[in-house]
Write a protein that binds this ligand. Structure first.
Ligand code: SF4
Length: 246
């Protein structure tokens, strides 16, 4: 069972706790206008395992096991993308092997896979990206509906002990007080006692990569102000939602 990866490397505490080995899986079912990793849109990535062959769950787990000493401060392995759940069977098998070998796992996902809940028991930190609360806007800026994401977020909040929900704030897209209130009202219908929330102000790190690939980058001046971030924080905290910054 082959796994297509376009990037891998260590980072500290960005996508899960401690020092982490992060694998970027190929392919994504969304086309977020501000995506920082458009190289992940392709279905093949070309990063090979240490034995010089395409990754499999077994070779990925072997590599992670050999790195165990590096997973300090609660670290482990993070799967991100692209959208890792597009390679669902290989992702599930990799998570299983890591858990069997005592390695802490994190998954960053856009939460659209219909079987995402199957993975909950295999994931220590579940990071879900929620782009827009309004379905029309969500379709406009990502290309897909937010219905499945909402369903999976509800399920995760009910069942998973450690979830982090992230929203990129983009000027003119989701930076209004009405958006913050609508997000908070949605979360208000759920048990958020074990969840944390994070806002990521828009940046343009991916813009040059889009241009290099002759892809039209359609965000113009999406930068939000500190006041916008503070407004989101205030509204979330009014709804007893725990806001963090990683
Ligand atoms: S879901 Fe993530 S990887 Fe996919 S297009 Fe959006 S930002 Fe990029």
């Amino acid at each position: 069972m082959r796994i297509e990866i376009f990037q891998k490397g260590f980072n500290y505490s960005q996508d899960g706790e401690g020092n982490r080995l992060v694998y970027h899986f190929c392919g994504c079912n969304m086309r977020c206008m501000w995506c920082a990793n458009p190289e992940g849109f392709a279905e093949k990535g070309g990063v090979l395992s240490p034995d010089g062959l395409p990754y499999t769950p077994v070779s990925l787990a072997a590599e992670a096991i050999s790195c165990k000493a590096m997973f300090f401060d609660g670290g482990g392995v993070t799967f991100t993308g692209g959208e890792p759940t597009l390679q669902f069977a290989a992702l599930k098998e990799s998570l299983k092997l890591l858990k069997e070998n005592g390695i802490r796992t994190a998954l960053e996902t856009n939460a659209t896979h219909p079987d995402l809940a199957q993975l909950f028991p295999l994931i220590d930190t579940l990071i879900m990206d929620f782009k827009h609360i309004d379905d029309g806007w969500h379709r406009k800026v990502t290309g897909v509906s937010n219905a499945e994401t909402k369903k999976n977020i509800r399920a995760a909040l009910a069942a998973h002990p450690h979830t982090l929900i992230r929203t990129v704030l983009v000027r003119g897209v989701n930076d209004g007080e009405e958006h913050a209130r609508a997000f908070a009202a949605f979360y208000g219908q759920c048990d958020t006692s074990r969840a944390a929330f994070e806002f990521l102000p828009y940046h343009e790190y991916g813009k040059k990569k889009w241009e290099k690939r002759n892809l039209p980058y359609r965000v113009e001046n999406g930068f939000v102000t500190e006041e916008t971030v503070a407004m989101y924080r205030r509204i979330y905290e009014e709804h007893d939602l725990k806001v963090i910054r990683t």
